[in-house]
Design a protein around this ligand. Structure first.
Ligand SMILES: [Zn+2]
Length: 386
């Protein structure tokens, strides 16, 4: 199940109750709760859930806290980096991810999907390609897991050989010949046939890469000598070329590919967010096509005018939703402005995220927690469509 499916499943999860605590913890792949996470749970989560003054919520949140205690006391998978918990009076939904999540807690009327949507943006499904003259390995990165997709070898340009005996034999054959010191014409002919073999292998590799991309995996990380990359890259489409990143080769420390991919993905994400925020700032400077704050966002969302929404994982942007006409409003009004219907307290950020996943008519940028300007704006800003 990919992240998008997991988020949808969460939305369709059995009712957890009226008040749901969404807790994310950085458990850093140790199998036991790190000290920081334990302190966060004690000081920020349990203390908040177990000392609620509003009578209607207090029993619900106390039961939610009990579900969280139960889950934490049972063992975490040792490979889990980030723990996502949505707990209500009636039960708990948990996801143990192999990518890190920050320590956070939010109490809303339904599970908060913001931490998962943000993780999906930070750690998109990606391809990792490693090749030399003999073989090209293509792997896929998905939420912290690196899995082999295809292996192509140059000895057999017309067949997709995956670790088969034929493939291994071809590699051995090629190696022996290239080391045998054949001279003159024979070496030229050999070189030509090797080149054709490498060319065929890279064509096959490009085909595998494009097939995975068509299935939603992007960006592409290529490892190997930079001067050789063109040989592969020219078999890719223009769209694929735009999202190619050279992965620094293994240093002396021998850092594993998975770690290097994750570092590169973080960097790519930070750079993209920076550019998107700059775009918003330039619109602010020019005075056109943007809204600031939950009120303007709610209206633009209702009118279908959002192009890119800026939110932060730390600010839920409280508001209400009309149970009758589904109108969204910032603040804490008790009746719908449109139809006078009854309203329910919601997080406008969550409402907008769910609609962006469902309709896919606008993009979302998560602005980092340390950036105070968005919090000052009520946690929301947006670029509008032309
Ligand atoms: Zn209404």
């Amino acid at each position: 199940m990919d992240l998008q499916e997991r988020i949808s499943a969460l939305g369709a999860a059995p009712d957890l109750g009226d008040a749901v605590a969404t807790v994310t913890l950085d458990v850093s792949g140790s199998g036991i709760l790190p000290r920081e996470a334990a302190v966060f749970l004690r000081d920020r989560v349990y203390s908040r859930l177990e000392r609620v003054e509003r009578a209607a919520e207090s029993d619900q949140l106390r039961r939610a806290a009990a579900h969280i205690r139960d889950y934490i006391s049972s063992s975490l998978k040792p490979e889990t980096e980030g723990l996502y918990l949505a707990a209500g009076a009636e039960g708990l939904e948990a996801m143990e991810l192999r990518v890190p999540l920050r320590n956070s807690v939010q109490v809303e009327s339904s599970p908060c999907i913001a931490p998962l949507v943000e993780a999906g943006q930070r750690w998109p499904r990606s391809l990792y390609v490693r090749f030399d003259d003999r073989r090209a390995d293509i792997m896929e990165f998905d939420l912290g897991i690196l899995a082999e997709v295809a292996t192509h070898v140059s000895g057999h340009p017309d067949s997709d050989v995956e670790r088969s005996a034929v493939g291994a034999a071809a590699v051995r054959h090629g190696m022996r010949l290239s080391g045998s010191g054949v001279g003159g014409d024979r070496r030229d002919r050999f070189q030509q046939s090797m080149n054709a073999g490498v060319e065929g292998m890279l064509r096959q590799a490009a085909r595998s890469i494009l097939a995975r991309r068509g299935d939603g995996a992007s960006p592409i990380f290529i490892e190997g000598k930079p001067r050789r990359h063109d040989a592969l890259v020219r078999h890719l489409t223009k769209g694929a070329r735009a999202d190619i990143h050279l992965l620094p080769a293994t240093g002396r420390k021998g850092e594993p590919a998975l770690r290097r991919i994750m570092t590169a993905l973080e960097k790519r994400h930070e750079e993209a967010v920076e550019l998107q925020v700059l775009e918003l700032q330039s619109h602010r400077a020019e005075g056109g096509r943007f809204v600031l704050g939950p009120e303007g966002m709610a209206q633009a969302l209702t009118e279908g005018r959002l192009a890119r929404l800026f939110v932060t994982a730390d600010h839920p942007a409280p508001g209400v939703r009309c149970s009758n006409c589904a109108g969204l409003f910032a603040g804490s009004q008790t009746r719908c402005t449109n139809c006078g219907g009854a309203v329910r307290r919601v997080s406008l950020r969550e409402e907008a995220l769910r609609r962006s996943l469902g309709g896919r008519t606008f993009d979302v940028t998560f602005v980092g927690a340390s950036k105070g300007w968005l919090t000052e704006l009520g946690g929301m800003a947006a670029l509008l469509k032309r």
